[in-house]
Design a protein around this ligand. Structure first.
Ligand SMILES: *[C@@H]1O[C@H](CO)[C@@H](O)[C@H](O)[C@H]1NC(C)=O
Ligand SMILES: *[C@@H]1O[C@H](CO)[C@@H](O)[C@H](O)[C@H]1NC(C)=O
Ligand SMILES: *[C@@H]1O[C@H](CO)[C@@H](O)[C@H](O)[C@H]1NC(C)=O
Ligand SMILES: *[C@@H]1O[C@H](CO)[C@@H](O)[C@H](O)[C@H]1NC(C)=O
Ligand SMILES: *[C@@H]1O[C@H](CO)[C@@H](O)[C@H](O)[C@H]1NC(C)=O
Ligand SMILES: *[C@@H]1O[C@H](CO)[C@@H](O)[C@H](O)[C@H]1NC(C)=O
Ligand SMILES: CC(=O)N[C@H]1CO[C@H](CO)[C@@H](O)[C@@H]1O
Length: 349
C-alpha cells in the first residue's frame, strides 16, 4: 500500500545569509513549472539583465550577504488521490454493544480515548473519574479505549483480559506506535461511523487527559450550530512543519510540501458532530496518509470545505482542582492518574 502516494516535485531552496540573519526558503514547483523556471533562467543568462543581476549579487557580496540557490527534484506527497488510503485492519478485540441504547434515547457524547498497552493505571483512573459519568456505558455518554497490537504477546493477552472485565477496550491488528496514530484515529472514526452513528457529538482524546465533561457539555450548548461544518478544540490556523529531525513532530518536506500546515486542532482533544465525523471518515480514502494525526484530520476537514474552530478552555495548563472543574477548563494535558483522582474528589462551591 502506498499510503503516501508520492509524486515527483521540484524544489528550489534559497538561502539568504547576511546582517546576522540566515533564512532558508523552500519553493515547491511541479516538474513543468521547474522546466519553465529553467528556461527563464537560461533566458536571463543570455541577456544584459544578467549583468544587472550579477551586479546585485556582487553588491550583496560587498555587504557580506550571500544568496545561494539549489535546485533539486524530490518525491513529495500528493494532496489528494482516489481511494489510495483504504485501511482494512482486522479487529482483534471487538465490541459492537457499547453504543446500544434502550428505547429511543440517543447518545449525547461518545468519547474516543487513545490508549496503549502499558497505561493500565491511566485507564483505571479515567474509569474512576471523569469517564465514570458513562455509568459503565449505560448513560447518555459512552466511551471506548482504542489501541493497536503490541509486539509483546503477553501485553496483548493482558489487554484482552482487561477488555473482558470492563468491555471498554477495542484493538485492531496494526502495530501500536506513535507513527501509526493516524491508523488509530481512523479506527475510532470507523467505529463511530459504523457502530455508534446515533451519537450527537464525539470527543477524540487521549488517556493522559483531564476532561471536564460538565464544561464540555456547557460548551456544546453554546456552539451547537457552529459545529455543523467544523471541528472544535485547541485549534490553530498557522502551524509550521517541524524541520527538526530529532523532534517527535518532525515532518520531512517530502511528507509535507507546503510551507504551512492547513492549521490543526490538537489531537489531545477535539469535538465534532456525528455527520462531520462520518464525512471525514469517508473522504479519508482520498487523502493520502500523514503520520501526524492532527494534521491528517485537518487535511480532511479542508478537503470537505469545513473549518477549524478554536475554542477557549482546550489544552489548558494543569491548575487548581476547582478551576479544572469550572467552565474555564475543558481539557488539560498530562494529568497524572493521582491528580485526576484529586480533582475528582475535591469538593468546590
Ligand atoms: C488490505 O488491502 C491490501 C491492499 O489495499 C491487500 O493487499 C490486503 O490483502 C488487504 N488485507 C485484508 C485483510 O483484506
Ligand atoms: C461498573 O463496572 C465495574 C466492573 O465491571 C464495577 O466495579 C462498577 O461498580 C460498575 N459501576 C457502575 C456505576 O455500575
Ligand atoms: C512483555 O510484557 C511483559 C508484561 O509487561 C513483560 O513482563 C515482559 O518483559 C515483556 N517481554 C518483552 C520481551 O519485552
Ligand atoms: C504501522 O502499522 C503497520 C501495520 O501493522 C506496520 O506494518 C508498520 O510497521 C507500523 N509502522 C510503524 C512506524 O510502527
Ligand atoms: C448505524 O449503526 C448501526 C448499529 O448501531 C448499524 O447497524 C448501521 O448499519 C449503521 N448505519 C450506518 C449508515 O452505518
Ligand atoms: C456558555 O455560555 C454561557 C453563557 O454565556 C457561559 O456562562 C458559559 O461559561 C459558556 N460555557 C463555556 C464552556 O464556554
Ligand atoms: C465498564 C463497563 O462495564 N462497560 C460497559 C460498556 O458497554 C458494554 C456493552 O458492550 C457493557 O457490557 C459494559 O459493562
Amino acid at each position: 500500500m502506498n499510503h503516501l502516494n508520492v509524486e515527483e516535485k521540484g524544489w528550489i531552496r534559497y538561502n539568504i545569509n547576511g546582517f546576522g540573519i540566515l533564512k532558508e526558503y523552500m519553493l515547491s514547483l511541479s516538474k513543468r513549472q521547474l522546466k519553465r523556471f529553467a528556461t527563464l533562467l537560461s533566458g536571463i543568462v543570455r541577456t544584459p539583465i544578467y549583468l544587472v543581476l550579477l551586479v546585485v549579487i556582487m553588491y550583496m557580496g560587498f555587504l557580506n550577504i550571500y544568496l545561494s540557490l539549489t535546485i533539486n527534484i524530490l518525491p513529495v506527497r500528493r494532496d489528494r488521490c482516489t481511494g489510495c488510503f483504504q485501511l482494512n485492519f482486522t479487529s482483534i478485540i471487538h465490541n459492537g454493544n457499547i453504543c446500544k441504547v434502550r428505547g429511543d434515547n440517543p447518545i449525547e457524547l461518545f468519547v474516543i480515548i487513545f490508549t496503549t498497552h502499558n497505561n493500565i493505571q491511566k485507564r483505571e483512573a479515567i474509569r474512576a473519574t471523569w469517564m465514570s459519568v458513562s455509568k459503565n456505558n449505560t448513560s447518555r455518554i459512552r466511551y471506548a479505549f482504542f489501541l493497536g497490537l503490541s509486539g509483546n504477546m503477553t501485553m496483548n493477552k493482558m489487554i484482552e483480559t482487561e477488555a473482558a472485565i470492563f468491555n471498554d477496550i477495542l484493538m485492531e491488528d496494526f502495530q501500536d506506535s506513535y507513527l501509526n496514530l493516524t491508523y488509530k484515529t481512523l479506527m475510532g472514526f470507523k467505529y463511530v461511523a459504523k457502530l455508534c452513528n446515533k451519537t450527537k457529538y464525539i470527543l477524540k482524546t487521549e488517556d493522559n487527559m483531564w476532561i471536564n465533561i460538565v464544561g464540555l457539555q456547557s460548551m456544546l450548548q453554546n456552539v451547537t450550530t457552529d459545529l455543523d461544518n467544523a471541528v472544535a478544540g485547541a485549534c490553530q490556523y498557522n502551524a509550521y512543519p517541524n524541520g527538526d529531525k530529532d523532534s517527535k513532530w518532525f515532518a520531512s518536506y517530502q511528507s509535507f510540501s507546503q510551507a504551512t500546515y492547513p492549521g490543526l486542532c490538537s489531537g489531545t482533544g477535539y469535538v465534532l458532530k456525528s455527520h462531520v465525523l462520518r464525512n471525514i471518515y469517508e473522504v479519508s480514502k482520498d487523502v493520502p496518509l500523514s503520520h501526524l494525526e492532527d494534521v491528517y484530520i485537518s487535511r480532511c476537514v479542508h478537503r470537505l470545505g469545513y473549518h477549524l474552530l478554536p475554542f477557549p478552555g482546550f489544552l489548558m495548563p494543569v491548575t487548581d482542582p476547582c478551576v479544572m472543574k469550572s467552565d474555564e477548563v475543558i481539557t488539560s494535558h498530562e494529568v497524572s492518574p493521582e491528580y485526576l483522582k484529586t480533582i475528582w474528589t475535591t469538593t468546590c462551591d
